[in-house]
Design a protein around this ligand. Structure first.
Ligand code: GLA
Length: 836
């Protein structure tokens, strides 16, 4: 909220003082915040527009922003309200100008920010910029701490309309008072410019800004960064939804920008993303490349009815009426008296979610009209608002009282539940439930089930009924069998209820899709557990990672699992609490694994690791602490159908700091079927170079370009030593021409482990020389490893390209090379051939 008058500041100060008390009973705060604020705020409804960060990161430019502005207008999105075109980090030069001002990077922004602002304003849109309440931005560009006035004035002079103000390099003592100070300093500097600039506080919810920022910012981030995957979306919704009492015009909870269209989630999940952002009255900042966005992406972002819920001028964030077992019901009042009711299913199975109208803010009435804002379908319900909601889906209805339900089709739901199926085995029991939620009876109800071809579906109880009274259900059981040979994974089954309604016996029908999971037992052998597909894998933060620690919310953003200084190239990285489930089908005998907290954990409460065979604990480690050496667990799995790996014990440390609770399963090996203990662990790897005796005759391909090498114990993934490489900034190839041709037939990939330079990270790539002419073959594949992070770089032979006319003859490998760069000290180890 912008505060041109001191009056509103006084109101805000009172709220701030009450903050501590109100935190315990947040609902009390909603009325005073919402009331009267709209008249003077720049953000009477949540800001809408675009920001480049999610899709482009630092790769921002004038061309991108201009072209995006063009598409916002030509696609009609601007007319829907998407008006801010926001530049994120990395727009400036690395240093300020001689006058102390920030300088736009002239290569990225040839016309400066002012020139770009003119262009954007000429399109009827507004321009946003990014700054940081610290000495540097997150990507290392100049920050505004202590330079608030000159920077605010610079942005105002350029014609900027929106500031996202970040929190990296903040020199903070971590106290809420420090956050208030740093963010208020910019608030006041913006005020002094006299230019209206929307102020978006971005401190990731660290100091509970919803308690203090009402008269400082127009919106405030409530969580860490979003990333384009379902666990991230689910966790952000769980954090942001309960903060509804704190939102109101000019004061929005910001659960971060949209990932819709970026490819990491399903259409159902992206619809949940927009639905829940609208219910939560969140800013809608598109984070995908609009120039290449698909019609499906544009249709989701452009859903007028969903956007209208977000932008409703009452400006109330939906209350959470229920939040149980992964199912959430939200209720948002709208200016015309309607209510938006969302039924959100965060579980992995179809679920019927319902709420009695009397438990919502709807007036008492004989019936209600429900308009599904995604399908446009209109239905009437007597007492209960309900839907069979697909896994990860959200149904949003716009609801109002209905005087005469007679001519409106009744709401009928078709729910279903089915466990996992084993191909060829005895069938699983499917239960379907058709429920009439209409105000009058329905007739000739008939339920049918469609499974993939070749499956058998047999009813074991009646699937039809002549009449269903209001709120009555028909439950039917079925036996479903997947034929031998069915692939493991998700398979769709649809459930349809057909019926007649009303005086004219109008036919009606409703269909739900249930996704069933087919499981198959692991093949014979001893193998790294991470190469098998779990039936379920869920952790507290980010996806469960294979062969990496969990890192942050994004997939693949951890490092090699490192416990008590020992680096593992294989394992499962989780953030506790976590659970990973495998189907064994009684075919396996044992699991051997190391467990421990990752050295990346900053502070930690003790964790516990438990291995369960079916429901029996077969191995466990309690009181595991950060910094300890890994502990080894050996679990007898004989006869077990299911294997469950559970890590618990995360949570705030006793001093209240948030725990970086990386609970890792390192080098887990599962033994199944007919094997001897001497069989190698699959997939097989063969070490080619391990640097135990020194640099092992490694040389530098282009000596003139620089680089030096030495054996080092600082990073190793086998033996005791690896190779330390001081890389030139723009890189070099390090490796060896072999004395004898190497035969790698039977292997499918080359790998090595790398730890990036402490300040700059490195790029890793692999090349080989083959045949009598020592032809260079190298992949277009390279892997970036961030500063201080580690990973395995892998190149499949199929991805390594040779010059025209040269074959990659695996029996004639004459030289091995890895590419490293960054101008920093990089470590590598264990160059090896691998079976995929
Ligand atoms: C932080 C913010 C992100 C983005 C980056 C830019 O992580 O939370 O939204 O702005 O910085 O470096």
């Amino acid at each position: 909220m912008r505060c041109p008058t001191r009056l509103s500041l006084a109101v805000g100060a009172a709220l701030t003082l009450l903050g501590g008390v109100l935190a315990a009973a947040p609902p009390a705060v909603s009325a005073p915040v919402a009331a009267g604020a709209s008249a003077e705020t720049l953000a009477p409804t949540p800001p809408m527009g675009f920001n480049n960060w999610n899709a482009f990161g630092c790769d921002v430019s004038e061309a991108l922003i201009r072209e995006t502005a063009d598409v916002l207008v030509s696609s009609g999105l601007a007319e829907l309200g998407y008006e801010y075109v926001n530049i994120d980090d990395c727009w400036s030069m690395r240093e300020r100008g001689p006058d102390g001002r920030l300088v736009p990077d002239p290569v990225k922004f040839p016309n400066g920010i002012a020139g770009l602002a003119d262009y954007v304003h000429g399109k009827g849109l507004k321009l946003g910029i990014y700054g940081d309440a610290g000495t540097r931005t997150c990507a290392g560009y100049p920050g505004s701490l202590g330079k608030e006035d000159i920077d605010a004035q610079t942005w105002a002079d350029w014609g900027v309309d929106y500031l996202k103000y970040d929190n990296c390099h903040n020199q903070s003592d971590g106290s809420q008072a420090d956050f208030v100070r740093r963010y208020t300093a910019m608030r006041e500097a913006l005020d002094r410019t006299g230019r209206p600039i929307v102020y978006a506080i971005c401190e990731w919810g660290q100091s509970r800004p919803w308690e203090w920022a009402h008269d400082v910012g127009d919106l405030w981030r409530t969580t860490g960064d979003i990333s384009d995957n379902w666990p991230s979306l689910r966790s952000i919704i769980a954090q942001n939804a309960p903060l509804h009492p704190y939102a109101g015009p000019g004061n929005w909870n910001d659960p971060d920008m949209l990932e819709i269209g970026n490819g990491g989630m399903t259409a159902t999940e992206y619809r949940t993303h927009l639905s829940m952002w609208a219910m939560m009255a969140a800013p809608l900042l598109i984070g995908t490349d609009l120039r290449t966005a698909s019609p499906d992406t544009l249709a989701i972002l452009g859903n007028r009815e969903v956007v209208a819920i977000d932008q409703d001028r009452l400006g109330v964030q939906a209350a959470v009426l229920e939040d149980r077992d992964g199912l959430m019901v939200l209720d948002k009042p709208l200016a015309d008296g309607d209510r938006a009711i969302a039924l959100y299913n965060s579980t992995d199975a179809l679920a019927t979610v319902d709420v009695e109208a009397s438990a919502t803010g709807l007036p008492a009435a004989g019936a209600y009209q429900l308009r599904d804002v995604w399908t446009g379908q209109v239905r009437q319900a007597g007492t209960t608002i309900s839907a069979a909601v697909p896994a990860h889906g959200t149904v949003v209805y716009r609801v109002r009282a209905l005087d005469d339900p007679g001519s409106t089709a009744p709401l009928v739901t078709a729910g279903a539940a089915l466990g996992t199926l084993v191909p060829g085995a005895e069938g699983g029991t499917l239960t379907t439930t058709a429920t009439n939620r209409g105000a009058g009876p329905i007739h000739h109800v008939e339920v049918s089930v469609r499974a993939p071809q070749g499956w058998s579906v047999v009813t074991t109880s009646p699937a039809d009924q002549s009449e269903l009274a209001p709120d009555a259900s028909l439950s039917t059981t079925w036996t479903v069998t997947a034929p031998e040979g069915t692939a493991a994974g998700a398979h769709p089954i649809t459930v349809t209820a057909d019926y007649m309604w009303g005086p004219h016996h109008t036919p009606g029908s409703t269909t739900s899709e249930l996704v069933t999971t087919v499981v198959t037992a692991p093949p014979d052998g001893r193998r790294h557990l991470g190469t098998l597909e779990p039936v379920r894998a869920a952790g507290a933060r980010g996806p469960v990672e294979v062969d990496l620690s969990v890192g942050g919310a994004a997939e693949g953003d951890g490092s090699l699992i490192t416990i008590g200084g020992r680096v593992h190239t294989r394992g499962l990285g989780t953030a506790a609490p976590s659970e990973i489930v495998y189907y064994l089908g009684g075919r396996c005998s044992s699991l051997t694994t190391d467990v421990g907290l990752d050295d990346a954990a900053t502070a930690a409460v003790p964790a516990a690791f438990t291995v369960l065979a079916d429901d029996e604990v077969v191995a466990s480690a309690e009181n595991v602490l950060a910094g300890q050496a890994p502990r080894t667990l050996v679990a007898d799995l004989t006869g077990a159908t299911w294997l469950r790996l559970v890590a618990t014990g995360s949570g705030p440390a006793p001093d209240g700091t948030v725990v970086n609770d990386s609970a890792d399963w390192a080098a887990p090996v599962l033994t199944c079927g007919d094997v001897s203990p001497d069989d190698p662990v699959l997939p097989v790897e063969r070490t080619l170079v391990s640097f135990e005796s020194g640099t092992e005759d490694w040389t530098i391909a282009n000596p003139g370009d620089g680089g030096t090498m030495a054996r080092s114990s600082a990073f190793h993934t086998d033996g005791e030593y690896g190779l330390q490489v001081d890389t030139p900034l723009s890189g070099n190839w390090f490796g060896r021409v072999l004395p004898e041709p190497l035969d790698l037939s039977g292997f499918s990939a080359l790998r090595f482990d790398v730890r990036g330079g402490a300040t700059s990270g490195t790029t890793g790539e692999i090349a080989v020389q083959v045949g009598p002419d020592l032809s260079w073959c190298q992949g277009g594949r390279w892997a970036w490893t961030g500063a201080g992070a580690s990973r395995t770089v892998s190149a499949a032979f199929a991805e390594i390209e040779c010059p025209a006319g040269v074959q990659l003859d695996l029996t004639q490998i004459r030289a091995l090379w890895v590419f490293l760069n960054g101008g920093d000290r990089v470590h590598i180890d264990n160059v090896r051939a691998a079976e995929e």
